[in-house]
Design a protein around this ligand. Structure first.
Ligand code: HEM
Length: 527
């Protein structure tokens, strides 16, 4: 039982601590405080008095993410994927089906295939820059413009071109599909107390009512159904045309879906996907791959805008690397220390001695990845901790028994900043914000927590992000292309807040619409 587990007092039976976690004025402010007070596993309340666990102990997290039969994504998450994509999505399937599909898809995301993608990412960056140029010429000098939405557009284009071979700008239904996707992103970019309650009530209803509610004529559900219909139509067409192209001997496209379709047609005895399974992975890549990458880029530009000196040094690194035509290869991108420190710092340790931000709010602001992840236990089990916690009676607990149905939260970005167990992994200066640690080789020891530089941003275990290499390469290319061309500056008197939604989004007034207004100048006139 969780009786002996400490946790913060709660003031609302209806909301428990959900408002503090999902609607804070600064992401992570409560979790960091609670973690320092109660250790790396503590009890909080969900809605209607439900006990939930917040876990940041690295050992327990490894167990939770490693054992995908005992710890599954919540019913609520599954229902959303089911209604948005379908039951063959990698995000939805479980157990044997998951390992089979993952085994077939992993090779498409291998370094060898990602290495071919920088030219495709450059194509989409060039199209974005063309649009920005048209826009800029309509602006007064130093008039800011919003980069949030264009960065969401370019990442949708990138997923289209490099992951599934669908050119949103060129296909006849491309604009409609893009609008439908952005509409969904906009709807998921806000959170409210009422939304928290709906999310809490839905999983308590029997499945058939839950399913019936999905047909209510609300704007959100209409957007969801529209997107599902569009993506089903596009996916079926793409699979057909790629299979036909292969048959006719034109199967050398570099996008990952083409690689997958090609592997799927080989008569080599290896497990294969059905056409429906293949088709469901297209909206899966679009939905899972667009928002997180856009968020990383948005906050990278924000940090660059605040740090002109770093921006200048990174621009110099870009012009000194690679061939004279400036077309940086995968290998060039991988060997650029400042670029990669920015990506890692931005993905995780945002604030640093390079990016000096003394106020506690700034220190608590972590920008990329999923702000809050969740799992539910499918049976009674025991969580083993790598560092003991103190119980309500003062005992030291090195394991915690949990019951079937236990809801577990974890906040990867908070874990990476303030988990008390971190010194064993990152060294005695774990709590200091030091991007320079990334400039001196491998800054951590022990077992890796995640696939990319030991970071939890893409989680770990059998269900970790399959697209992490794709995302990092895309971010590297788009940042270098933008910095070759532009300088970025924050407009005076604009304060950016960081709101928690599915990802972390910038808003100019607390609770306002997502936006990142920046002054964007051609490089020649800024240096
Ligand atoms: C910076 C960008 C990205 C971030 C921070 C990110 C993060 C994540 C995280 C945290 C998960 C695990 C979610 C969970 O289990 O609760 C995940 C899963 C997934 N991601 Fe990403 N992702 C990014 C980009 C991408 C891209 C570009 C793609 C595809 C091209 C992609 C495809 C997927 C898929 C298919 C899954 C489900 C994996 C499974 O269940 O086996 N992601 N991602």
């Amino acid at each position: 039982s969780l009786n002996k587990i400490q946790g913060p007092p709660w003031s609302s039976w209806i909301y428990g601590h959900l408002r503090e976690i999902l609607l804070p004025s600064h992401y992570g402010e409560h979790e960091s405080k609670w973690q320092s007070q109660y250790g790396s596993l503590y009890k909080i309340k969900g809605a209607f008095g439900e006990d939930r666990l917040m876990v940041s102990d690295p050992g327990a997290l490894k167990q939770i993410m490693g054992d995908t039969e005992t710890f599954v994504r919540s019913d609520h998450h599954q229902q959303i994927v089911l209604s948005l994509i379908g039951d063959k999505s990698l995000l939805y399937v479980q157990k044997g089906d998951h390992s089979r599909l993952r085994g077939i898809m992993n090779p498409a995301f291998s370094p060898a295939n990602i290495r071919a993608l920088p030219p495709l990412f450059r194509n989409v960056s060039e199209r974005m820059i063309e649009k920005w140029e048209k826009k800029r010429t309509t602006l007064r000098p130093n008039q800011p413009f919003d980069v949030f939405h264009p960065l969401h557009e370019v990442t949708l284009d990138a997923i289209g071109e490099a992951a599934v071979g669908y050119l949103f700008h060129a296909e006849k239904d491309g604009e409609e599909y893009a609008r439908s996707h952005h509409n969904l992103v906009a709807l998921s970019s806000t959170r409210s107390p009422a939304g928290i309650l709906v999310d809490a009530i839905l999983p308590l209803l029997p499945h058939f009512i839950h399913r019936a509610l999905l047909y209510l004529p609300t704007p959100e559900l209409r957007a969801l159904h529209k997107n599902r219909t569009m993506s089903a139509r596009v996916s079926t067409r793409l699979i057909k045309s790629k299979t036909a192209a292969l048959r006719e001997g034109f199967g050398d496209d570099k996008d990952l879906l083409s690689v997958l379709v090609k592997a799927n047609t080989l008569k080599d005895g290896a497990p294969k996907m059905t056409s429906l399974e293949l088709a469901h992975q297209i909206p899966t890549a679009v939905v899972a791959g667009q928002g997180g990458t856009a968020t990383t880029l948005v906050w990278a530009l924000y940090e660059l805008a605040k740090n002109p000196d770093f921006q200048h040094k990174l621009r110099a690194e870009i012009s000194e690397t690679g061939p004279p035509d400036g077309e940086l290869s995968y290998a060039d991108l991988e060997r650029m220390p400042l670029l990669n420190a920015l990506v890692k710092v931005n993905v995780v340790f945002l604030v640093s001695e390079l990016f000096i931000q003394p106020s506690p709010q700034e220190v608590l602001r972590f920008h990329a990845g999923l702000p809050v992840s969740e799992r539910v236990a499918t049976k009674d089990t025991v969580l083993q901790l790598s560092q003991p916690i103190t119980s309500t009676t003062g005992e030291q607990l090195s394991s915690v028994a949990i019951k079937k149905g236990q809801f577990i939260f974890f906040c990867p970005l908070v874990v990476q900043q303030v988990c008390p167990a971190l010194p064993t992994i990152w060294g005695p200066d774990a709590h200091e914000f030091k991007p320079s640690r990334w400039l001196k080789g491998t800054p951590y020891r022990g077992q890796a927590m995640g696939p990319y530089s030991n970071l939890l941003t893409f989680l770990q275990g059998p269900r970790m992000c399959i697209g992490w290499r794709f995302a990092i390469t895309e971010v590297q290319v788009i940042i270098t292309e933008l910095l070759k061309r532009y300088s970025f500056e924050l407009p005076p008197n604009v304060e950016i807040h960081c709101n928690v939604a599915v990802t972390l989004i910038p808003v100019t007034v607390d609770g306002g619409d997502p936006a990142l207004p920046l002054i964007v100048r051609p490089v020649e006139s800024s240096v």
